[in-house]
Ligand binder design. Structure first.
Ligand code: NAD
Length: 300
């Protein structure tokens, strides 16, 4: 271990956490990871890290504790459960939660960390599995400015951009709003292609025109939901994810919880959540979120 290397406890080594932890190892840091899945832990060992036998083992010597877990209840359990990381981390450790979770749980995890004298950041990501593997994620960060400064060198290994969003929870707020907009824009893009097909307009023609007109958006130009125009789109691989529809449904659910909590009228967000729920219940769950075009096409 060189002088600038840090000891990192990494909790949650799944599709995203696994490659993020591997990138930290490749950059020379000492990573001790914990996951409930043996397969996920084994992959970290193959990448050069250490597999912890418990949460306590993963964090007891860590300078920084990073978590990448499915949802809010997992983060709260990992932080504050009877064997939780806040009980076992050493003094001065920095906590960074990169999971996408609701604001309430993010803030309560941060308050629990602060009560034990730890600094904690919420730092959800955009960029998906490909971005996690390539180290090109975007981090949106909530918490203290000093915590952000401490985290930045590590975030720069796992990602290409980190934006400080504001106080605790601001990173999650940014992620929730971004993904509500993404869900809505993907459905709109799909509707435009289906209508164009029915009117006899070639999909490539719609792409060529809309991508340089006022209908332009990321869902069209970077993640086109029809095969052909954008080589890297899951549409060209029979909608294998990518970003799974069930994760989009989860994020739209978070947006609707937030809308309710903060008394906000989001009719399109609400409708998008319902459409993704229907799509997931009709075979879309494990497919890419852009595959909702097939579900919309089948409706008359
Ligand atoms: P995943 O299900 O592949 O990985 C989560 C991992 O956490 C699993 O390996 C699971 O075993 C582990 N885990 C669950 N509870 C645990 C516990 N108590 N202790 C230790 N390990 C535990 O999910 P993912 O795709 O890696 O997503 C992780 C987070 O990143 C989610 O919040 C998701 O919304 C967010 N996210 C995912 C993507 C994506 O494209 N997959 C993109 C952006 C954000």
């Amino acid at each position: 271990m060189n002088e600038t290397a840090l000891r990192i406890g990494f909790i949650g080594l799944g599709n995203m956490g696994g490659p993020m932890a591997a990138n930290l190892v490749a950059a020379g840091h000492e990573v001790c990871g914990f996951d409930l899945s043996i397969r996920a832990s084994d992959a970290l060992v193959l990448a050069g890290g250490t597999a912890a036998t418990s949460l306590a083992h993963a964090v007891e010597n860590a300078d920084v504790v990073i978590s990448m877990l499915p949802a809010g209840q997992h983060v709260v359990a990992v932080y504050s459960g009877p064997d939780g990381v806040l009980r076992h981390a050493k003094e001065g450790a920095l906590f960074i939660d990169c999971s996408t979770i609701d604001l309430e749980n993010a803030r309560s995890a941060s308050a629990a960390a602060a009560a034990k004298g730890f600094e904690m950041l919420d730092a959800p990501v955009s960029g998906g599995i490909a971005g996690a593997a390539a180290g090109t994620l975007t981090f949106m960060v909530g918490g203290s400015v000093s915590g952000f400064a401490r985290a930045e060198p590590l975030l720069a290994i796992m990602g290409q951009k980190s934006v400080y969003a504001g106080e605790s929870g601001a990173g999650q707020a940014a992620k929730i709003c971004n993904n509500m907009l993404l869900g809505i824009s993907m459905i709109g893009t799909c509707e435009a292609f289906v209508l164009a097909e029915r009117m006899g307009l070639e999909p490539q023609k719609l792409f060529d025109i809309a991508s340089t007109s006022s209908g332009q958006c990321w869902s069209l130009t970077s993640y086109c939901p029809v095969p052909g125009p954008v080589e890297s789109s899951p549409a060209n691989r029979d909608y294998q994810p990518g970003f799974a529809a069930e994760l989009m449904l989860k994020d739209l659910g978070l947006s609707q919880e937030a809308a309710k909590l903060f008394g906000t009228h989001t009719p399109l967000g609400q409708h998008a959540a319902q459409l993704y729920k229907d799509y997931c219940e009709h075979g879309g769950r494990g497919l890419d979120f852009s595959g909702i075009i097939k579900f919309l096409r089948e409706k008359v």
